[in-house]
Design a protein around this ligand. Structure first.
Ligand code: ATP
Ligand code: MG
Length: 579
């Protein structure tokens, strides 16, 4: 089914941060010029995100508005952030931690977690975020792989998940506990911060010094630890401005948890570097709460994910109608393919479409995006940001082959952008294998159309080959959710003697619909009509929810492994999973 292009108005184009002229004139030096750096050539993410704004007279501006689960509110100005991150850096120094050491953050979305992340970078240490909802085993593995030297967490998490094995990680010297008290062997952060000085000059890290270790979502297998350097902040600055329309004073809400890369790169660094006011909500998704935040906190730019958007869609446009969202000027989505239906729904419910953008933990920042100046082709990820060269290639025995317009191939990027990972921790060989023939290969399949828009097809592992057709799960899933009953869909290929593979679908239903044979037939019928019989699923199975990672990605490999009776593999990041 073809979706109508959403044309941008002249006013929208005029207001855009990225014009065609800027695209044409772009160079990384221009992005670098958005930052200060140190006269000696040093570059420090925390300095760029916090301290320089204070030094240039903007200390009183609001950096973070924190909304507690139970209704508490806390306002942090840039000056507050500078002072508290300095105290945190001094606490680290007082405990003998030094530049290059590794600190892990493990807490819910509370102010101290944000202070810890920035204070760690300020002190020149490497910061690695973890999901507070991880169980003991995934936490232990990640601390081990990353040879953690310090950990910031809460007493509850420590007692439940860490205490039992803490001594078995010899590198772990310091455990800081958020709050006023700490169990034996740990240090309470509250009193330590109170006793520390508010003065700390950010360490003059070199642009190539490691700054962040981000573990991938584990959608396709065991999570990898991608290492990023301070120079990544150049990308964070540019992508925030061009792809997310961040400007000084913008009221911005990124719903991603800092436990994964979006919540750190675009939930801490990029917004602060661009001097916005960012809203941080401690609570998890809740329909009315989200709409109230959008309205009451006057959110102007909103960065969220397909799974959340599909939850909003499930409740219907009517649920959004009572709220005044007129100040919202830009909405973007990342993490998973955004079904065209969801893009268009955004336009109907909010008066503007969701702007899909694509990137990975490895790329450290947004690579391909629908920007404000561009017409939106629902279902497309958009075009590469300036400075990013993307290609579609096929691996052959002779090396890489460039795919033509409209041809499906692997999405590749020309190495050299600032936030590219510098290695996979302890997996150098695997890292090297990502680079072939002058390209970084993403492992995702995509297609480029004649206008230069990129279209996501699926993960290379998830591609289905049926009776000579190459079938991308995303296309089939998007067709399925066009059925009024279907809220979410996951599609896999299963081995079949005649066809090679056949398509099987799993769907979760919208409220008001019950599984039945008739409904299954009806959904398959619609898919056949829209996709043709060769591509439409043979079988549709109803589930309460789909298995997802904590970062909200459907784990198709798990559905497939179960179907084939194979081992489930690494499921450390699995969140919801109700059959
Ligand atoms: P792992 O690498 O451990 O299997 P992961 O790839 O899910 O996990 P992330 O780096 O968090 O880990 O996710 C990046 C992936 O998410 C991309 O490679 C892509 O498959 C998917 N993705 C992100 N944004 C989009 C998008 N806009 N459209 C389609 N897919 C997307
Ligand atoms: Mg990946």
């Amino acid at each position: 089914m073809a979706w109508e292009v959403i044309h941008k108005t002249a006013a929208e184009r005029a207001a855009a941060s990225l014009t065609d002229e800027m695209r044409a004139e772009f160079g990384w030096d221009k992005a670098r010029a958005m930052l200060d750096g140190f006269p000696d050539g040093g570059l420090n993410i925390a300095y760029e995100a916090v301290d320089r704004h204070v030094l240039s007279g903007h200390g009183a501006e609001e950096a973070i508005l924190w909304l507690g689960k139970e209704g508490a509110r806390e306002h942090l100005s840039y000056a507050d952030l500078a002072a508290r991150t300095a105290r945190f850096a001094n606490v680290l120094a007082a405990h003998g931690l030094e530049a290059g050491d590794r600190l892990y953050g493990l807490a819910g979305r509370v102010p101290d977690l944000y202070i810890a992340a920035l204070g760690t970078l300020k002190a020149g240490l490497i910061f690695s975020p973890l999901f507070s909802a991880f169980g003991p085993e995934p936490l232990r593995t990640r601390l081990e792989i990353g040879e953690a030297n310090a950990l910031v967490t809460t007493e509850a998490i420590y007692r439940r998940k860490i205490a039992a094995w803490r001594d078995e990680i010899p590198s772990l010297k310091l455990v800081l506990i958020i709050g006023e008290e700490a169990p034996e062997g740990c240090v309470a952060l509250g009193p330590a911060m109170a006793a520390a000085s508010e003065e700390f000059e950010a360490v003059h890290t070199r642009p190539e010094d490691p700054a962040l270790i981000h573990f991938t979502s584990g959608t396709t297998g065991k999570p990898k630890g991608a290492v990023h350097v301070h120079n990544a902040v150049v990308m964070h600055a540019a992508a925030g401005r061009y792809a997310l329309e961040l400007k000084p004073g913008t009221r911005y809400w990124c719903t991603a948890d800092p436990g994964w890369v979006t919540g750190t790169s675009f939930g801490i660094i990029s917004p602060l570097v661009n001097r916005v006011t960012m809203i941080v909500d401690e609570a998890d998704f809740e329909l009315e709460r989200w709409y109230s935040i959008l309205q009451n906190e006057k959110v102007e730019v909103w960065y969220t994910a397909p799974t959340a958007i599909r939850m909003l869609m499930r409740a219907g446009k009517e649920a959004a109608a009572p709220y005044d969202l007129s100040q919202l000027r830009f909405m973007a989505s990342v993490g998973e393919p955004l079904n065209p239906e969801a893009v268009v729904w955004g336009k109907e419910a909010f008066g503007r479409p969701f702007h899909d953008n694509w990137w990975q933990t490895e790329t450290g920042g947004i690579m391909i995006a629908n920007t404000q100046a561009m017409d939106v082709h629902p279902g497309s990820m958009g075009k590469p940001l300036p400075g990013i060269e993307a290609g579609i290639v096929e691996r052959t025995d002779e090396g890489l082959r460039d795919c033509g317009t409209g041809e499906i191939g692997e999405l590749a990027l020309r190495p050299g952008w600032p936030s590219m990972m510098r290695t996979y921790l302890h997996e150098e060989a695997r890292y090297e294998k990502c680079f072939v023939g002058g390209w970084y290969l993403s492992g995702d399949l995509a297609m480029r159309d004649a206008e230069g828009y990129f279209w996501f097809v699926g993960r290379a592992d998830d591609l289905i080959k049926s009776s000579g057709h190459l079938i991308g799960p995303f296309e089939v899933e998007s067709a399925l959710i066009e059925h009024p009953s279907v809220a979410e869909a996951a599609v896999i290929g299963l081995p079949d003697e005649t066809a090679g593979e056949v398509v099987k679908a799993y769907v979760a239903l919208n409220p008001g619909f019950e599984p039945s044979e008739e409904l299954e037939r009806d959904i398959r019928g619609l898919a056949r009509k829209n996709l043709g019989p060769a591509v439409a699923p043979r079988e549709v199975v109803f589930r309460k929810s789909l298995p997802k990672t904590r970062s909200g990605k459907i784990m198709r490999r798990l559905l497939k492994a179960r179907e084939l009776g194979l081992p489930e593999g690494d499921i450390s990041t699995l969140e919801s999973d109700e059959t």
